[in-house]
Design a protein around this ligand. Structure first.
Ligand code: PAF
Length: 287
């Protein structure tokens, strides 16, 4: 595995692999099993696998955890080395953004709901870095975890609207045995919070079971999920919502594929999770 630190070097390497399928996994590092499952999928489907590690400043708001975001390059590289990937691209912020941005991407759809509501500009920053990474790496396939299902839906729009020549692959969320979705932010949970955190997913499963029992009224389902989370955790509920998927529109009654998503805040970690379901409440197959 070769470590590459500048866009120019990465681009010149890519030129020498022009006939190969390239599987690309963009990350912000602090890799966990969720990321590694994306890498494994990329390995199974491509000639060459490239992972990027870049904590993208453009997607952090002024009050968000950019400085505190966990960084662990040596451990990340060891994990990737064990999976025998070809290249890890670890540019500095200066290398990615040598000037102050002179172009801004502003997304109009799918962004002002769920996490986008409380993170204005976040998905514009994600769109900018993904556009740049796709230009640099020219992947044939690009892999994202479905824990960030809104991000996946937004990147689908980006790929469609900018005619990016890459196939997107959404990979199912990897969970602890108690159901908690793997996340780089789980390390911040206290012992008590670790115990309570799985109730976010259990709450979403309760919502799913209501849909399976023919409840279609989104208000009723959302209320039941919120109540369940409140009864089992000390977390503050940021949101629980049901939207069409992937168009992310509000609905009163479920008639088609939906996302049931939640975000809760513990003392120093905000956790998100979701289930993407058919109108009958079955988990939607995404590949
Ligand atoms: O999901 C993430 O880790 C980031 O948003 C991404 C896609 C790597 C862009 O910085």
């Amino acid at each position: 595995m070769k470590v590459v630190r500048t866009p120019a070097e990465m681009q010149s390497i890519i030129k020498s692999h022009s006939t190969k399928s390239i599987g690309f996994v963009p990350t912000m590092g602090s890799l966990h099993e969720g990321h590694l499952s994306l890498v494994q999928k990329a390995k199974a489907q491509n000639d060459l696998v490239i992972v990027s590690i870049f904590v993208n400043p453009l997607q952090f708001g002024p009050t968000e955890d950019l400085e505190q975001y966990p960084r662990n390059e040596a451990v990340d590289c060891r994990l990737l080395e064990d999976l025998h990937i070809d290249y890890v691209f670890i540019p500095s912020a200066q290398a990615m953004y040598p000037t102050k941005p002179r172009i801004q991407l502003t997304l109009t759809d799918r962004v002002n709901v769920l996490c986008g509501q409380s993170r204005p500009g976040h998905f514009d920053g994600v769109a900018m870095v993904i556009t740049k990474l796709v230009q640099i790496i020219k992947p044939t396939h690009m892999y994202f975890g479905l824990k960030d299902a809104q991000q996946f839906a937004v990147i689908q729009l980006l790929v469609e609207d900018l005619n990016l020549d890459v196939k997107l692959i959404g990979v199912e969320t990897v969970r602890e045995s108690d159901g908690l979705a793997k996340s780089s932010r789980n390390v911040y949970l206290t012992e008590t919070e670790k115990h309570e955190a799985p109730y976010l997913y259990k709450g979403l499963q309760l919502g799913q079971s209501l849909i399976q029992r023919d409840e279609t009224d989104t208000k009723v389902i959302i209320q039941a999920v919120k109540e369940y989370i409140r009864n089992h955790t000390s977390a503050e509920i940021d949101y629980v919502d049901i939207l069409t998927y992937p168009s992310l529109e509000h609905i009163d009654f479920i008639e088609d594929d939906i996302i049931l998503a939640g975000a809760i805040k513990f003392s120093s970690a905000r956790l998100i999770d979701n289930v993407i379901l058919t109108s009958e409440g079955h988990v939607k197959k995404m590949d």
